[in-house]
Design a binder for this molecule. Structure first.
Ligand code: ADP
Length: 557
């Protein structure tokens, strides 16, 4: 007889389909992985008339598995818990990892003691189906059916367990993915609210400072200038961190590596953090490596990481504490440690502080406008350098010790680090030029930026013309013959890149310099403006010291 017509075969097929349908109906609405495992195990166990049925997640290390929920006959204990895969014996483990199932009809007769027989007997199990699920070459889940007496499993029984573990896993993956997205979405909402708040914070003092500038008293003007400078600095740093994080997430950070001596970078980081440490009245100690400590890395990024650790040590230590920066070398490694006597971090939170947006409740009062991204960013940057960043603390109130390890550079000697402007260089006087100064053309569509940049350059003693778009710039350049064009890239009519190319094509003296003004400053952005004929690239908001540098470079051109 055609097996398809065999009433027995048809009957079994129908039973299987009916079961899978019921399983689908019962589990479809479930969104909690543990509920899903429990319901699936119960329905499958009942269907097979088993003693116990359990779904197990195999952990990423492939050595352990966890049963979060199972089903068993009344009076039979649960098997929930975490186990080592090795319990099954090495042969069965190898089989499961290959996607072959463990099918035992009589434990006593078929299994050797060290292949799991002892364990199964101890829990009163005499027959087993354990179906492993392999995805992308890795054992990810198992479905186990236990019987309290020897049992002659049929091919249908085995196929059903195999089908159910696959469905259950796929469903769990879906609900886990949804839960992860929901959590990320909630984090993002909290983050946006915090961000809006933090970006608004510097605006209030800036608005007051603007009002102070209308007062007749010059002393007030000086204070207003300080306030605005400081607040813009804070805001610019916040935005830089945000952009960095987004670049890291998209894999766009490119290290500008060179071989430099670590001590020079540490001194620069100290320069950045010193004012904050002093303001809080902390005692500060610096111990540099005894000998050379060459590292092959991006100097700006390493300085950023260490300055961040020092800033945190200063922030999260009650005023009048102690902060130490120590560095030394070990074979192949340069080590940097920033230790403080501050609020400390509980052991359970020590990994968490490196997560995006993580801020610990006991430090909330001292975050000073931070958003919980500094350490996440720092660790990303250190990992890009092939290093590690870790923390140790004996607990809340017991201080913290952050340790940075970087590979020591081999071969070529450390080159000197190009100097950076010292902080506080944002002071106006004296003017750069006593005479007519440099002829500057400012091309910028934002009216406030254009007016203030022009006024600033004039106050520095330069001759300035300012226009709002590309066409006006192209019209003015041949008559005005600027020595320096400060050119915004995002102009409303003709893009800055095209304007630069046309200026270079004979509208200005060949010695004139063109400098890009842009909100973007990655290596790729700089390469693009360089290729388009720009002489330099300033990132907005432009820092005064850099501005003076580019004007000085154009003088006499
Ligand atoms: P932020 O300082 O902006 O909150 P970070 O990413 O730099 O963000 O730090 C994350 C969190 O780690 C901080 O909010 C704080 O709870 C904790 N933390 C960082 N540095 C220290 C430290 N030196 N001592 C105690 N806690 C710290």
């Amino acid at each position: 007889m055609d097996p398809m017509q065999d009433p027995d075969v048809l009957q079994r097929k129908l039973r299987r389909l009916d079961f899978l349908h019921r399983l689908g109906q019962s589990t479809r609405p479930l969104t909690d992985p543990t509920d899903l495992m429990a319901t699936t195990a119960r329905l499958l166990g009942e269907q097979l008339g088993a003693t116990r049925c359990a779904y197990a997640d195999v952990e990423a290390d492939s050595d352990r598995f966890t049963i979060r929920a199972d089903w068993s006959q009344p009076g039979v204990p649960t098997s929930a818990g975490e186990y080592r895969l090795a319990l099954f014996g090495s042969r069965a483990v190898a089989d499961l990892r290959q996607g072959r199932h463990l099918v035992v009809r009589d434990v006593q007769a078929e299994l050797a003691e060290d292949d799991g027989a002892a364990m199964f007997r101890a829990i009163g199990i005499h027959a087993i189906i354990c179906a492993g699920l392999v995805k992308d070459g890795r054992l990810v889940a198992m479905m186990a059916v236990h019987q309290g007496a020897p049992r002659d499993w049929t091919a249908d029984d085995i196929a059903l367990v195999e089908e159910v573990v696959d469905r259950c896993w796929a469903h769990i993956e879906r609900v886990r993915a949804v839960a992860l997205l929901e959590e990320q979405d909630r984090n993002k909402d909290v983050f946006l609210a915090t961000l809006a708040h933090e970006l608004r914070n510097p605006l209030a003092p800036m608005r007051y400072a603007a009002a102070m500038l209308a007062l007749p008293d010059p002393a007030q003007h000086a204070r207003a200038r300080e306030v605005i400078g400081r607040q813009v600095g804070l805001m610019a740093r916040l935005i830089d961190d945000l952009l960095d994080i987004s670049r890291v997430n998209r894999g766009l950070i490119v290290l500008q590596r060179e071989t430099v001596d670590l001590a020079v970078l540490l001194e620069r980081a100290v320069e950045i953090a010193r004012a904050g440490l002093e303001a809080a009245g902390h005692a500060f100690a610096l111990r540099l490596p005894a000998g050379p400590a060459p590292v092959h890395g991006d100097p700006a990024r390493i300085v950023q990481v260490v300055a961040n650790l020092l800033n945190n040590a200063g922030k999260y230590t009650p005023d009048g504490g102690r902060v130490e920066l120590a560095a030394w070398t070990e074979p192949g490694l340069a080590l940097v440690e920033v230790a403080d006597t501050g609020l400390g971090i509980a052991p359970a939170d020590q990994e968490r502080v490196f997560q995006m947006f993580a801020q610990l409740p006991h430090t909330a009062g001292r975050a000073k406008g931070g958003l919980g991204i500094g350490l996440a960013l720092a660790r990303h940057l250190v990992v890009l350098h092939g290093g590690t960043l870790t923390v140790a603390s004996e607990g809340v109130g017991r201080g913290s010790r952050f340790r940075l390890a970087l590979p020591l550079a081999t071969g070529d000697a450390a080159a000197p680090v190009p100097g950076a402007a010292a902080p506080g260089a944002d002071a106006l006087q004296p003017p750069d030029a006593a005479g007519p100064g440099t002829r500057v053309l400012v091309v910028e569509d934002n009216e406030d930026s254009r007016a203030t940049l022009a006024a600033l350059l004039q106050a520095l003693g330069h001759e300035v013309r300012a226009v709002p778009d590309g066409r006006s710039a192209l019209a003015l350049a041949p008559r005005y013959a600027p020595q320096l064009v400060l050119l915004d890239l995002g102009l409303p009519d003709i893009g800055g890149i095209a304007v630069a190319q046309q200026l270079r094509a004979g509208l200005m003296p060949a010695s004139s310099r063109i400098v890009a003004l842009s909100g973007w400053g990655t290596a790729a952005d700089r390469a693009r403006t360089r290729a388009a004929g720009f002489d330099d690239h300033l990132v907005k908001p432009v820092d005064l010291a850099r501005l003076r540098q580019v004007v000085a470079a154009s003088a006499g051109g």
